[in-house]
Design a protein around this ligand. Structure first.
Ligand code: S3P
Length: 478
């Protein structure tokens, strides 16, 4: 089958999109066509010392929000460094379906928003593919609009709990017209004529839930308050202030954050340079530490403290990570990371650190597999509701590759084997989870025997050039 035929089919399926934008979507639809028909396994083998410089794609959380807030704001938003991964392109397609104009010009994405309060009802279901962030934040965004919106997604997203965002939105007046058991996709929402502001204490540490309520407040009169007992990534707060919202955060004596936002703000287009994603940098970072003799530099990584828990943990494990050229770019700290092969030792990772490294536990478990002694990770309950049940996917993948580990309800203990002696030789079930696939491919680069993942297709959701980038550093895939 030729690429042209794929492109023609995809363009028809998304006829509301055009130009360069639809090419990106066509490319990932092509992956999906292949994925649907046949999984594409990939193996990683013991590699020589990694070397060179790498630039990982733009931060996924900031990329989603750039398209959403740009699509909503009045005037033009210009974005550089956008992650052109499947998940983010889906968010772009959804914003287009609700009236935003989005196009790619050279290295820049140009968004012309509808103006806050002026989204239009989409005529077709919004398909978020694998993306929890896109789906949950958009539910918040449309939840306060007097319109009907249907949400669909892939098999992984359709298993994930949506009640966590639907519950506060119901309190604001939104109706759920259709949902699968347990508030799962496909879901159809109907916003109220006039949404009511709420004060909402987020019951689990989740930036997506916090953000859904804050986004619903944008089309709600009065002051909405979100109370966040455990701090999670703060991109929504920071970026909404940047776009012109009146939002204040107060942290009380117990460390509880009170976020207050004035409804119906005027939002104005911004210029955004998206920094490199620390959650994607995690893969070359751990590879650089566990492949002996490696010396690599990963450039332009977001250093927001709500995102750097993995780096803190790897430093405690004895990882040789140097911060070069720490600087501020567009309101966020960024740095280049120099990483050298290191002899790691096991540590206990406290539960409080989980929100700042929530997406990095699979690859931390891989680092722990090469460390001296035990690594105990605590407070992992949220891992059970990610793109897969990541706690059991990781434990099963480790066991399949000779790693001793104990999976608890919300804990994981990994006993390392320095030098990777006896590790590898297994096949890992990825369960449509990009981070499971990338983590175990990293394991294969330092294990005695190759490590195989059953399907590489989902890597395109967050890190389309993962294999190319790793190969340029010296990684061996087969
Ligand atoms: C994200 C929040 C986190 C994280 C996800 C991105 C975001 O999810 O796992 O990859 O951009 O807000 P939760 O809110 O479910 O913790």
């Amino acid at each position: 089958m030729t690429g042209t035929r794929h492109h023609a089919r995809a363009s028809t399926a998304i006829s509301r999109t055009g130009g360069r934008f639809s090419k990106g979507l066509a490319a990932f639809r092509k992956d999906h066509v292949m994925h649907d028909s046949q999984p594409r396994p990939l193996s990683a083998a013991k590699s020589p010392a990694l070397s060179g410089r790498a630039r990982v794609p733009g931060d996924k959380s900031i990329s989603h929000r750039s398209l959403m807030f740009g699509g909503l704001a009045a005037g033009e938003t210009r974005i550089t460094g956008l992650l052109e991964g499947e998940d983010v392109l889906r968010t772009g397609a959804a914003m287009r379906a609700m009236g935003a104009a989005i196009e790619q010009r050279g290295d820049e994405w140009i968004v012309n928003g509808t103006g806050n309060g002026a989204l239009i009802e989409p005529t077709e279901p919004l398909d978020f593919g694998n993306a929890g962030t896109g789906a949950r934040l958009t539910m918040g965004l449309v939840g306060s609009y007097d319109m009907t919106t249907r949400f669909i997604g892939d098999a992984s997203l359709s298993k994930r709990p949506m009640a966590r965002v639907l519950d506060p939105l119901r309190l604001m007046g939104m109706q759920v017209l259709e949902a699968e058991a347990g508030d799962r996709l496909p879901i159809t929402l109907r916003g109220p004529k006039h949404a009511a502001p709420i004060s909402y204490r987020v019951p689990m540490p989740s930036a997506q839930v916090k953000s859904a309520v804050l986004l619903a407040s944008l089309n709600t009169p009065g002051v909405t308050t979100v109370i966040e007992p455990v701090a999670t990534r703060d991109h929504t707060e920071k970026m909404l202030i940047g776009f012109g919202a009146a939002l204040e955060v107060e942290t009380d004596a117990d460390g509880v954050r009170h976020i207050r936002i004035e409804g119906q703000p005027k939002l104005t287009g911004q210029t955004i340079a998206v920094p490199g994603d620390p959650s994607s940098a995690a893969f070359p970072l751990v590879a650089g530490l566990i492949v002996p003799g490696s010396d690599i530099v990963i450039e332009n990584i977001l250093m927001n403290p709500t995102r750097t828990g993995l780096i803190d943990t790897l430093l405690e494990m004895g990882g040789d990570i140097e911060f070069l050229d720490r600087r501020n770019a567009g309101g966020e700290d960024v740095a280049d990371l120099r990483v050298r092969g290191s002899e790691l030792k096991g540590v206990t990772v406290p539960a409080e650190r989980a929100p700042s490294m929530i997406d990095e536990y699979p690859v931390l478990a891989v680092a722990a597999s090469f460390a001296e002694g035990d690594t105990l990770m605590q407070g992992l309950e949220e891992l059970r509701v990610k793109e897969s049940d990541r706690l059991s996917a990781v434990a099963n993948g480790l066991k399949a590759n000779g790693v001793d580990c104990v999976e608890g309800e919300a804990t994981l203990k990994v006993t390392g084997r320095p030098g990777g002696k006896g590790l590898g030789g297994g096949t890992v079930e990825t369960h449509l989870d990009h981070r499971i696939a990338m983590s175990f491919l990293v394991m294969g680069l330092a294990a005695e025997k190759p490590v195989t993942v059953d399907d590489q297709a989902m890597i395109a959701t967050s890190f389309p050039d993962f294999t190319g980038l790793m190969q340029r550093l010296g990684a061996r895939f087969q």
